[in-house]
Design a protein around this ligand. Structure first.
Ligand code: GDP
Ligand code: MG
Length: 163
């Protein structure tokens, strides 16, 4: 059985962009409008000879806050059930939002490995900005940029190390 990685996080942090990069296929639907990914996507990936499956969550989440609360909770709970490793993606451009704090609260209770990934770290300035994510109470994080692929090698190293 292959290992399963679930990518969770609020809309627009770049989950689907990362998913597409990891599976090397344009499968998830990415849009600049929050919550546009239409489905829960499954793909296969491999790093350093280790094969694993990736789940891109966020399916039917829409922009509206009240719908969001319940939906994100469902997605995170599904991910916790299904996955061996949970990759929680946040966005350095926006910083910590109340929704990030909600997700972090759920993930702090999980006994499975949880990796915190700070996306949109496109330059050195943003590397410094990422420090605030220690406040989520999930320990250390990995910074990367899904669009350029910068830092995704280290992210993958940390992912497969968690299996
Ligand atoms: P999702 O809702 O979490 O799946 O996020 P998407 O993958 O759909 O991306 C949301 C937006 O963030 C899109 O406009 C992406 O191009 C943008 N984005 C994703 N990764 C990066 C990144 O590394 N840097 C920057 N600047 N933008 C990014
Ligand atoms: Mg998406």
């Amino acid at each position: 059985m292959s290992h399963i990685v679930a990518i969770v996080g609020r809309p627009n942090v770049g989950k689907s962009t990362l998913f597409n990069r990891l599976i090397q296929r344009r499968e998830a639907i990415v849009d600049s409008v929050s919550g546009v990914t239409r489905d829960r996507n499954y793909g296969k990936s491999e790093w350093n000879g280790k094969a694993f499956s990736v789940i891109d969550t966020g399916g039917y989440v829409r922009g509206s806050d009240d719908i969001f609360e319940g939906e994100i909770r469902k997605q995170v709970e599904l991910a916790i059930d299904e996955a061996d490793v949970i990759l929680f993606v946040v966005d350095v451009e926006e910083g910590i939002t109340p929704m990030d704090e909600e997700v972090a609260k759920l993930l702090r209770k999980v006994t499975k490995p949880v990796l915190l990934g700070v996306n949109k770290v496109d330059n050195a300035m943003r590397e410094k900005d990422a420090i605030e994510f220690y406040n989520l109470g999930l320990g250390d994080y990995t910074t990367f940029a899904s669009t350029s692929g910068s830092g995704t090698g280290e992210l993958l190293d940390n992912l497969v190390a968690a299996f």
